[in-house]
Design a binder for this molecule. Structure first.
Ligand code: ADP
Length: 701
């Protein structure tokens, strides 16, 4: 019997060796290798065998326990299983006797519940080799009989074989996972190139990558070019950040700031233990950051932002995760940069289009052959033409001037003969009239300096002359207005001194009354001029004052109502009580409302003048309406221009400077207010003013 024992042992060991090679050869996952090995060893050696392997973070062991009949069970044991600790610290196979095990280990160990006497155990991987990726584990034969063919000597080579298969399975698992990850990356990269919308890019990337990484959140921070800051894209921050101002870090501050500054990735598995981590965002939101993986978004060597994964669900962020995120960051950075450039280009295009269409001067672009590529509304008006009559036509057939030298001018501009080429002449309108214009032209050059397009500006000299006429009118007007009261004052003063009026108290009183009234008028005009100068200088400063509108009406309305009634007019006032304060200084608002009511009274010979004020949305709306002389339709566009007075007002000899409404509009614009006018000649006029309610009043109400 003694002689056959070792032979049987050797045969069984060879058999086991072959079974392991055969069974494990086709198994490519680590758990499968554990299960198959425990089955092979237990049934060949006729002894309960368990094979255990820990998870990557060593939080627990997955254990496969197979009894000698081949009945296999899987269990999960805690990562600090005491008997395993001793086995794994050992350098090789050992027979562990239960009686010799430390008391505490015996009580707390799952292994000693299974074994009643001894355990033959070998650590996995065995032997430990540098760079091995297999996590710690063990092969244990429970209560092996003395005759067990697998003994302390033969269990070592078996463990070596199992370790090799485990390593192979884990490598395969890792490469399979990488294949999946890089598959996702290449899919995302391809789809990134198909969109230029930042939001779409972000949605496409973040969810897929977050899931592959197994992270709680994935965010993108973009560097603000002028403020040396990283601002996180709000849409990605999750519900904890809904009511928060955008999260931002100075470059160099926090982990994201560190990554942006150094242009290198950071793997931080215990955020609070890392000196770079800033806990401010956690404190503000109640979010708890445990682990962070942050990589820079780079275009060549320039960091345009960071991609940050937070809180890995199972385990720790590792080099593999970092590689994955970095692989993603390249195409993502390019897509973001393209999207930002695209939106910049769109914004620039819109800006230029707005300038082009809203210019009061006529504008036209052409190519070098003189084909018209674009025109604005003002030019169409000057020519009396439709866009379709000009677009795609040549300038020589469409732009007719007197003298007929536009084509010569075109060539001058094209060849850059003069520094600032200009042509003064008359432009032919479709109706046969000629409009005096000043035409300027310039070339738009390509990068290589050759001419790409040309742009021509047509200034309507009629308009310029009109402005000049208005300015001259104003000065004449002012001089006239100043001269008339001065002459009257002078005349009455002389009459008083030279004549006998001084001895006649009644006449003297009358003369002094005239002098007083004319001085008042003079004073008012000078005051208005000063007010205007002040308003124009104030317009450059930010206005922060607010005004109580009810109080203002109490001051303004009574004397004006008296004046209206003295003139025989009906005066109506409907002001909503307790209106909120509005933006703007009291002086400016006083001037605005007083001017409108005064005009109403001044331009209404008979009938009524009314003023109403009420709250509408975030504005106090004030309406001043009268049944006066009205304003001719053609005068309405010019009404708010400086010095403008309607001919009808001048002809009726109604005194004024044409400055009031200009000041009203200026005063409103400083504070974000608006004014509208509707009028019918001979029927009356209605001015509608919207005054923005002051911010603090909106919050309080
Ligand atoms: P001023 O009243 O000193 O002439 P404004 O700038 O206040 O200057 O008004 C400009 C012009 O607008 C007036 O000259 C008048 O022709 C016209 N206008 C203003 N308000 C009214 C009104 N309520 N009814 C008729 N015309 C008005």
């Amino acid at each position: 019997m003694d002689a056959t024992q070792p032979t049987l042992g050797i045969d069984l060991n060879r058999l086991l060796w072959e079974r392991l090679a055969g069974d494990l050869g086709t198994i490519f996952d680590a758990h499968g290798v554990c299960a198959a090995s425990s089955l092979a060893i237990a049934t060949t050696a006729d002894t309960m065998t368990l094979v255990a392997i820990s998870d990557t973070d060593q939080n627990h062991f997955d254990v496969w326990i197979c009894d000698s009949d081949g009945k296999i069970e899987q269990d999960r044991w805690p990562g600090d299983e005491p008997a395993f600790s001793r086995i794994m610290e050992s350098s090789g196979p050992n027979l562990y006797e239960k009686v010799e095990a430390p008391h505490k280990e015996r009580l707390q160990s799952d292994l000693w519940i299974l074994a009643s006497e001894s355990v033959l155990a070998v650590p996995l991987p065995f032997p430990m080799a540098p760079g091995q990726i297999t996590p710690p584990g063990a092969i244990c034969l429970v209560d092996p009989p003395k005759s067990c063919p697998v003994d302390k000597r033969s269990v070592g080579p078996i463990a070596i074989q199992v370790s090799a298969f485990l390593e192979r399975a884990l490598l395969r698992q890792r490469s399979d996972q990488q294949e999946v990850e890089f598959g996702i990356i290449s899919e995302i990269s391809t789809s990134l190139t198909s969109t230029l919308h930042l939001e779409e890019i972000i949605v496409q990337v973040t969810d897929a990558v977050r899931r592959v990484l197994g992270a709680e959140s994935l965010t993108i921070g973009l560097t603000e070019p002028n403020r040396s800051e990283i601002v996180f894209v709000e849409a990605l921050m999750g519900p904890a950040f809904n009511d928060m101002p955008p999260v931002s870090f100075q470059i160099g501050q926090g982990i994201a700031g560190w990554v942006a500054l150094h242009g290198e990735p950071a793997i931080v598995n215990d955020a609070y233990a890392d000196h770079r981590f800033s806990s401010k965002v956690d404190r503000d939101t109640g979010f708890l950051t445990n682990s962070v993986l942050c990589v820079p978004l780079k275009i060549e060597q320039r960091v345009i932002g960071v991609l940050e994964a937070i809180n890995k669900h199972n385990g720790r962020f590792d080099e593999n995760d970092s590689r994955l995120l970095q692989a993603m960051s390249g195409p993502l950075a390019i897509a973001i940069e393209n999207a930002l450039l695209h939106s910049d280009v769109l914004a620039e295009k819109r800006r230029i289009e707005t300038i082009f269409t809203s210019m009061s001067d006529g504008l036209m672009t052409t190519n070098v052959r003189g084909t018209i590529t674009a025109t604005n509304e003002a030019l169409l008006t000057l020519l009396g033409a439709e866009n379709s009559e000009l677009s795609g036509k040549t300038v020589t057939t469409t732009i007719k001037t007197q003298p007929d030298n536009f084509s010569v001018f075109f060539e001058q501009v094209l060849h850059g003969d003069h520094e600032l080429p200009q042509l003064a002449g008359d432009l032919l309108h479709k109706n046969g009239d000629y409009v005096p214009v000043l035409i300027s032209g310039t070339t738009i050059n390509k990068e290589d300096g050759s001419v790409d397009e040309m742009i021509f500006v047509f200034s309507d000299l009629n308009q310029i002359r009109e402005v000049e006429r208005m300015r001259d009118d104003f000065f004449n007007n002012i001089v006239h207005e100043l001269r008339t009261p001065l002459a009257t004052i002078l005349m009455y003063a002389r009459l008083l001194r030279e004549g006998k009026a001084i001895d006649d108290p009644a006449r003297a009183n009358r003369f002094l009354g005239v002098i007083e009234r004319e001085s008042d008028r003079l004073q008012k005009m000078v005051r208005q001029m000063l007010q205007l100068a002040k308003l124009e200088s104030d317009a450059h400063q930010r206005q922060s004052e607010t005004t109580n509108i009810n109080h203002l009406f109490e001051q303004i309305v009574p004397p004006l109502a008296d004046r209206a009634r003295e003139k025989g007019l009906v005066f109506l006032e409907v002001v909503q009580p307790r209106l909120p304060d509005v933006k703007g200084s009291e002086d400016t608002l006083y001037m605005i409302i007083k001017n409108l009511i005064e005009n109403g009274i001044k331009f209404t010979p008979t009938g009524s003048v009314s003023v109403e004020a009420w709250l509408q949305d975030k504005f106090v709306r004030v309406e001043v309406a009268d049944e006066g002389i009205g304003i001719p339709k053609e005068a309405l566009p010019n009404l708010f221009q400086r010095f403008y007075r309607t001919r009808s007002a001048v002809e009726r000899g109604i005194a004024g400077t044409g400055l009031g409404l200009y000041m009203v509009k200026e005063g409103l614009e400083i504070n974000g207010g608006t004014i509208d006018v509707t009028s019918q000649e001979g029927k009356g006029t209605r001015f509608t003013v919207n005054l923005p309610v002051a911010e603090n009043t909106i919050q309080a109400s």
